[in-house]
Design a protein. Structure first.
Length: 459
């Protein structure tokens, strides 16, 4: 058996024999291609030979000139680009300068506008000052509207049955003739802010219930004995009053309100909103108010059987219209110690006198007359409690403890009521309790509180 090496030699020999024929053919073809290539190259050389020998004397100079031209154009382009960049920088600088000039122009324009606005304001202020001076120099004339308002006030005040209603109407009627009015009612040792018109809401709330001691206000102190209105131009000594009502436009006018020859309240009036006080209508309104309060007191006295007033408080005559109210009066020197009785309510003074016997009216039975008198007297007593305790009444309603806050006044007024009607009406119907619920509690008995003892009789 032949070995592997012999077998490999045999295969290699057979492979060579098989490929030799093909290799011979390939070599022949390669030789033929080589001959063709040599012939082609010879032909090409023959054709380009004349070109090689062609003489081109200007070609080199032409290319040099072309290159120089391109270089010059490039240099010119670079110069134009530099000029353009320089122009752009100049434009940017000019733009920046124009922006600065525009800002300066805007500032100048703003300054001019501000100067013109300030000048317009000064002209307007000057015109307002001239108009105000003109109004101050000439007192406001009475007009048909004033007369109509006064006539309406006269009609309405006749229908009022309590001091509270009368004083509220006084403030409403005074407002068209004075931009700001406040009523200070008399209390022992001073005055209490009762109500106001024309003030901002927060100031009006502060006014109600604020107190001013008699010794702290020369203006209010002077009103105790004044028979006409007082005018205060200098308020440097009225710091206590100014702290309550704010700084008013001067002059501050004080109108005393009297009843049965006693001071009941002081109406303070001041200008505002470029409007001064019109003193003539105010004087008429104050006269009518005083007469109404006095008539109310006399009516109560008559209803409870008082035909005559006591000697120490003679019946006041119906006052004539006081022309002197339109002229300011210098405040008199204050009294050394004002008596406490100036603050005594009208109903309390009425109850101190024993009533004489009186013939019953023809149109009413005796019992009806007594019930009518009791109702009216109870209404007056409770109305005066509310009149002199506005702030405490509001707080008592909110906290439902009216009796605790007003116990002294309620008990004192009830004692006056029962002393007057204890043997007749008070045992059957408690009109005083009814008026407490209606006037102080606004028809809500629970506002009197759990400490209130309740009615003394079946209502």
């Amino acid at each position: 058996m032949p070995s592997g090496a012999e077998y490999a030699d045999r295969l290699l020999k057979q492979l060579r024999e098989a490929l030799s024929e093909h290799l011979t053919g390939v070599e022949a073809e390669l030789e033929a291609v080589e001959g063709d290539l040599s012939a082609g190259i010879a032909r090409i050389q023959q054709k380009i030979g004349p070109v090689r020998n062609l003489d081109l004397p200007g070609a080199e100079s032409l290319f040099s000139a072309l290159i120089d031209s391109v270089a010059r154009e490039r240099i010119e382009i670079d110069r134009e680009r530099e000029a353009l960049e320089s122009g752009l920088e100049e434009i940017a600088q000019e733009k920046e300068e124009l922006g600065g000039a525009r800002d300066a122009l805007e500032r100048d324009k703003g300054d001019v506008l501000r100067e013109r606005l300030e000048l317009a304001r000064e002209r307007e202020a000057l015109g307002d000052a001239r108009e105000e001076a003109h109004r101050a120099a000439a007192p406001p004339p009475s007009s048909g509207g004033d007369l109509e308002q006064l006539a309406k006030f006269a009609r309405e005040i006749r229908a009022k049955e309590t001091q509270e209603e009368i004083l509220n109407l006084l403030l409403d009627a005074a407002l068209p003739h004075a931009p700001r009015v406040v009523l200070m009612v008399v209390r022992p040792g001073g005055f209490v802010g009762w109500s106001s018109r024309g003030y901002p809401e927060d100031v009006a709330r502060r006014l109600a219930g604020s107190t001013v001691a008699l010794t702290d206000s020369p203006l209010l102190r002077g009103a105790l004995q004044a028979t006409s209105h007082l005018a205060a131009e200098d308020l440097s000594e009225e710091r206590a009053l100014v702290s309550v009502i704010g700084t008013p436009a001067t002059p501050l006018i004080a109108f005393p309100v009297r009843a049965l020859r006693r001071l009941v309240a002081v109406l303070l009036a001041s200008g505002g909103d470029a409007r001064a006080c019109n003193l003539t209508p105010l004087a008429v309104i104050l006269d009518a108010t005083e007469m109404s309060i006095e008539n109310l007191a006399l009516r109560v006295l008559q209803d409870v059987g008082m035909a005559r007033l006591p000697a120490e408080a003679p019946a006041p005559a119906i006052p004539e219209a006081r022309a002197s109210r339109a002229e300011p009066q210098t405040a008199p020197p204050p009294p050394a110690s004002p008596p406490e009785e100036r603050a005594a309510p009208l109903a309390e003074r009425a109850a101190t006198v024993a009533p004489p016997r009186e013939t019953p009216r023809a149109e009413q039975s005796e019992e009806e007359r007594i019930h009518s008198e009791a109702k009216r007297f109870a209404r007056l007593l409770v109305s005066e409690i509310k009149l002199y305790n506005q702030a405490r009444v509001v707080e008592g309603r909110q906290n439902r403890d009216l009796y605790v806050r007003l116990k002294r006044d309620i008990d004192k007024s009830r004692e006056m009521y029962e002393r007057r009607f204890s043997s007749t009406v008070a045992r059957k119907v408690d009109y005083f309790h009814d008026e407490l619920v209606r006037i102080l509690g606004e028809n809500d008995p629970s506002t009197l509180g759990s400490d209130y003892p309740g009615p003394r009789a079946e209502s």
